[in-house]
Write a protein that binds this ligand. Sequence first.
Ligand SMILES: [Zn+2]
Length: 191
Amino acid sequence: MHVRTLARGLTAALAVTLALAGGQATAAPSLTEDRALAPRVLTYDASASAEFKAAVDRGAAIWNESVDGVELRPAAAGQRANIRVLADNGWPRALTTSLGNGTVYIGRQAVSQGYDTIRISAHELGHILGLPDRKPGPCSSLMSGSSAGTACKNPYPNTAEKAEVERKFGGALLQPALRSAGAPRNAMILD
Ligand SMILES: [Zn+2]
């Protein structure tokens, strides 16, 4: 089925669902609202992440595999990025300026103690995506971070963490239906 036809059907279905949920008669979302349902794209600049560049790219890819409402893309050279990722000799941390924006430090102190670099990267990016620490916690939780111990290599957010990010970026409504119908990842609704 052509994406556009699918999108129209889904948009109408979405309008009905929203109307039923809210009990109000609402018009089908306008073109700009349609576009708002596409994943929000955040760029990241890992040019100063030194030996951790591959781990940072993997951490970003893991978030892209895990959620639909937001997509992390490497910034083009010279492009101002939403997220800057740097390496330093301290402890890993994320300074979030607003949802989706901020600076991440991949700190060598944790790496030298044996913590996994991909898990660290995905965890710190999780903070920029709006998630707080959940410490102490199990290895199955990404945001339990170092409290899960050095043996924990899990870099994937769990179901609750994914749902929380989807809620913050509004991606939970349309994208999964588009994806399951075979539409490309960032299918835009064109009218
Ligand atoms: Zn943390």
